[in-house]
Design a protein around this ligand. Structure first.
Ligand code: PLP
Length: 298
């Protein structure tokens, strides 16, 4: 039988049995950092990049999970292996953990933890939509400024992103693009955004999560001789692009065919987008940046 599996309190359990106490700041204050990794054909994609980012997120929040890098890699692989799925998304969370004394509420006294959960590979933007091309709304809700919540630390402080997503749904969009308070394109709820204009690729820089898939797109673009830059991007440039697409671990690349309900480019998934998507999946099938799940099991 295949089922989602979690690692919690030093045990591997069916995910529906994994629970966290309601008094923990992990829950009450979203005091937790995380990373989401994928495996396809039992190969974990870019494990070291994800672990580097996770370690950076933990360090930035002074969270010290009680396992070293090698042990975390083994926990990730064991969760994936125990699910019985060949294609998974695995989320690891560095948690603040319980207060030593519930009446003092000093985060420095908490006992930090590590939770992991592996589930079948999923799509931030549903697969059927991603294949046909999606309609993204550039919403009025703004991304929290990086001076307040640093988006490069992968976190669950999702109020801005969730409000943006709900606004997009209200406006008939499939998902949202949020801008910074000063009006530059940032990212969406669970993905980075790209545009192509006159054969050049652009992606926003600044207040956003530096996606591992985004990093991958830079490598793929260079491989096929495409110029790709991270730079300031304004909503108008996106509306006037030839193509646009999203990038994320859970679903890879999704073509954008409409912005705010208006056709983008010729209103069909773009050729460069398709080429990058094919290259991404073909290279993953060939084992590119892949670590076999079995090689990490103890
Ligand atoms: N931006 C946000 C807010 C995300 O949550 C994610 C992924 O979860 C991404 C971008 C894409 O990052 P990655 O390619 O590492 O999955």
């Amino acid at each position: 039988m295949s089922e989602p599996i979690a690692f919690i309190n030093e045990e591997f359990v069916p995910a529906h049995e994994a629970k966290i106490p309601i008094l923990e700041p992990t829950f009450t204050k979203s005091d937790v950092v995380y990373d989401t990794i994928s495996s396809t054909d039992n190969l974990i994609f870019r494990l070291d990049d994800h672990l580097d980012r996770f370690e950076n997120s933990c360090d930035s929040m002074q969270i010290n999970p009680p396992y070293n890098r090698k042990e975390i890699a083994t926990i990730i692989a064991t969760c994936a292996d125990k699910t019985g799925y060949e294609d998974t998304c695995i989320t690891i969370m560095g948690t603040r953990g319980p207060y030593k004394d519930i009446t003092s509420r000093d985060p420095r006294t908490c006992q930090n933890g590590l939770i992991a959960v592996a589930m079948p590979y999923y799509y931030v933007i549903p697969k059927e939509k991603a294949q046909k091309g999606v309609n993204l709304s550039i919403v009025d809700n703004k991304r929290v400024p990086s001076e307040s919540v640093d988006a490069r630390i992968k976190n669950f402080n999702w109020m801005d992103l969730t409000r943006g997503l709900l606004e997009a749904y209200d406006k008939g969009g499939d998902s949202a693009i949020l801008c910074t308070p000063d009006g530059k394109v940032s990212e969406g709820p669970g993905f980075n955004i790209w545009l192509a204009k006159d054969g050049h690729l652009k992606t926003p820089k600044g207040n956003l999560l530096e996606g591992i898939t985004r990093k991958t797109i830079f490598e793929l673009a260079s491989e096929i001789g495409l110029n790709a830059t991270e730079t300031e991007v304004y909503p108008e440039e996106l509306r006037e692009a030839d193509e646009a697409f999203t990038s994320t671990t859970a679903g890879a690349i999704a073509a954008v065919v409409e912005i705010d309900g208006k056709p983008l480019g010729n209103g069909a998934p773009g050729l460069l987008t398709g080429r990058l998507n094919d290259l991404y999946w073909n290279k993953r099938k060939d084992g590119w940046h892949g670590t076999p799940v079995k090689s990490l099991l103890t």
